[in-house]
Design a binder for this molecule. Structure first.
Ligand code: AGP
Length: 605
């Protein structure tokens, strides 16, 4: 996904736009650019790679003007290059875009046939060429922008800037988030409120299909039927401490360290001071549910995989799991007694949002577990359950994962109590275990120096295997994903029992195998699988607790975790999974917070 910004300023716009883009860089960093109108003249600067390159360009080649738009790109159509960098410009109009124009090829062909000269490989350029053509036909900027929007199919958050217009930005949202910030004699727009923090906390979120005309003093919002409408302005207070590194080397390090406090806050949000019961929105009812559908992507999907064990064990609720990008293509059988739960940190992941829209009206209850309560997924759910993790900037999800697990565990226990599967005493006892999570996560975080030393065996590895059984199998997946996405080492997760059915052929002295196995009912079987690896010179790192390490005997590399109740082990063992990836990435010198090819939230399918 990409980040877009627009500013109608009382001062030079470029520095403000750069600051806003810095806050959006987690959304993509393949290229960046700014366009402004100065003394009526539309102009732009663009640079490949991270925002620092655009900043350098602007130092040597300033871009004056008090109105402007900016963009930081995650490449979809057309590789990272200056030519493909936004803003795109054609004649008297420039545009920045987040999303995908699905009919761009047909538009490009017809525009080319009419003489349009394309200079990029992007879908976005068709937008400016179309608008430019409408302007050439004599339309006003508002008419031309509106006519353009009617021709577009697909997902977009857009901002238009026009030659000669120093007090006008037109913007639109369809399928990608966009908010407007109200200043004092200034007006702003951004892909999310984080971009506008520091300029304003007065935010209006555009709804699906909305478009808007912005001047420094006014905002006119029109719905998809071109009817002028009013959208609420809300206060979204985001202080700098929430969106800077607070002294940590990386956002990921800060966000890992925040986990005990965030998990404590999540617990308090749902169980109140005495933590005696789980409070849920009125009407969210597990008693009339016959089946749960859980749908997500990436790390959020692994949180669902863990939750499947909890809902089935503690609530007797059958759970169907789906990766969001696959879900609707299997023609799932849906019914009014189903509850669909969508888990998403950003609340804007296009695959997950599309899956949610597929079930709306078909299942009884649509629940989302999100970190952004104002996000599209939250707003399109029957019940949106926030995880209260605060902005997560590091591309590799950490605190959001453990907070998702904490909230899903609370949901599973409440479902178990409501469905009579848990007695009040069992419910209270499990809640006590969940209340102990922050303390155990803090103990796990204290093993950082030991983990750093242990990961030295990984930094030269070409491939790594993660093994787990039962509820630790999803944790093996999460550990493999974390390692892949920030250290670029190929890593795979296997159910420990599955190794002997083929993958064991991979084992040799060059292949590190990380075994995640607290001392639980499956421990003995997992250790047998580990010994099969060691018998073939596999380089094992066992992550277990005191009893497990004692039982396992002599293991080349071992990490001792605190002894924790079985219910909360997946939450606590997320910490070594995160830290192994983090320190391996540090050894390898990769970009921890902004790994290559990635973006924080993927708002394209
Ligand atoms: C996790 O570390 C990844 N960055 C990625 O898999 C992420 O979990 C996935 O894209 C889903 O994002 P969401 O939670 O915002 O929907």
């Amino acid at each position: 996904m990409c980040g877009i910004v627009g500013i109608l300023s009382k001062h030079e716009a470029s520095p403000q736009i750069l600051d806003a883009l810095k806050r959006l860089e987690y959304r993509g960093y393949d290229s960046a650019g700014i366009a402004t109108v100065n003394h009526g003249q539309l102009d732009r600067r663009r640079a490949v790679g991270k925002l620092i390159n655009l900043s350098d360009t602007l130092v040597h080649d300033p871009l004056p003007g008090r109105v402007g738009i900016g963009h930081t790109r995650w490449a979809t159509h057309g590789g990272p290059s200056v030519a493909n960098a936004h803003p795109h410009q054609a004649g008297r109009v420039a545009v920045v875009h987040n999303g995908i124009i699905e009919n761009f090829r047909a538009l490009r062909e017809s525009l080319t046939a009419e003489g349009a000269q394309f200079t990029s490989e992007t879908d976005t350029e068709t937008i400016v060429q179309l608008t430019s053509r409408f302007l050439a036909q004599g339309m006003t900027p508002v008419q031309a922008a509106r006519a353009t929007l009617k021709q577009l199919e697909g997902a977009f958050a857009l901002a238009f800037l026009f030659d000669g217009e120093e007090d006008l930005i037109i913007c639109a949202r369809r399928g990608s988030p966009l908010c407007i910030g109200h200043g004092e004699g200034e007006m702003y727009l951004g892909s999310d409120a984080i971009a506008l923090a520091g300029m304003t906390d007065r935010i209006t979120y555009l709804e699906e299909g909305d478009w808007a005309i912005l001047t420094r003093e006014t905002v006119q919002v029109f719905d998809s039927e071109d009817q002028q409408t009013a959208r609420p302005m809300m206060r979204i207070a985001l202080d700098n401490a929430q969106i800077d590194k607070s002294g940590h080397k990386h956002f990921m390090a800060k966000e890992m360290a925040q986990q005990p406090a965030i998990l404590k806050a999540a617990m308090a949000q749902y169980t109140g001071a005495d933590a005696s019961a789980v409070a849920l929105p009125e009407g969210l009812d597990f008693t009339r549910v016959d089946r749960l559908l859980m749908v997500a992507c990436g790390t959020a999907f692994y949180a669902c995989q863990v939750a499947k064990y909890w809902f089935e064990r503690y609530a007797g609720l059958p759970v169907e799991l789906d990766i969001a990008s696959e879900f609707r293509y299997r023609d799932p059988v849906l019914g009014p007694q189903n509850m669909a739960i969508f888990v998403s940190q950003s609340g804007e992941t296009a695959d997950t949002l599309a899956a949610l829209r597929h079930v709306r009206g078909e299942v009884g209850q649509v629940v989302s577990v999100v970190n952004v309560p104002t996000s599209s997924i939250a707003r399109e759910s029957t019940f949106a359950l926030p995880i209260h993790a605060g902005p997560e900037i590091g591309v590799a999800s950490t605190k959001a994962f453990t907070a998702q697990l904490q909230v899903l565990a609370l949901l599973a226990l409440r479902a178990g109590r409501d469905r009579g599967r848990l007695t009040e005493a069992e419910y209270a006892s499990r809640l006590d275990e969940l209340r102990s999570v922050p303390g155990f996560v803090a103990l796990a975080l204290d093993r950082e120096e030991e983990i750093r030393r242990l990961t030295e065996i990984l930094s030269q590895a070409r491939d790594v295997l993660f093994l787990g059984r039962g509820v630790m199998y999803p944790l093996a997946h999460e550990g493999a994903l974390k390692l892949k996405e920030i250290s670029y080492i190929h890593a795979e997760a296997y159910a420990a029992g599955e190794l002997k059915h083929g993958p064991i052929a991979l084992i040799d002295q060059d292949l590190p195998v990380i075994v995640m196995a607290p001392y639980d009912a499956l421990f003995e079987k997992t250790i047998s699988n580990m010994q099969e690896v060691m018998a073939r010179q596999g380089r094992v790192l066992l992550i277990s607790d005191a009893k497990g390490l004692a039982e396992a005997g002599d293991v080349p590399h071992a990490l001792q975790m605190p002894t924790v109740p079985e219910l909360i082990a997946p939450i606590v063992y997320a910490v070594p999974a995160q830290m192994i990836a983090y320190h391996t990435a540090l050894h390898r010198g990769t970009d921890v917070d902004q790994p290559r090819n990635l973006a924080k939230s993927v708002t394209v399918e």
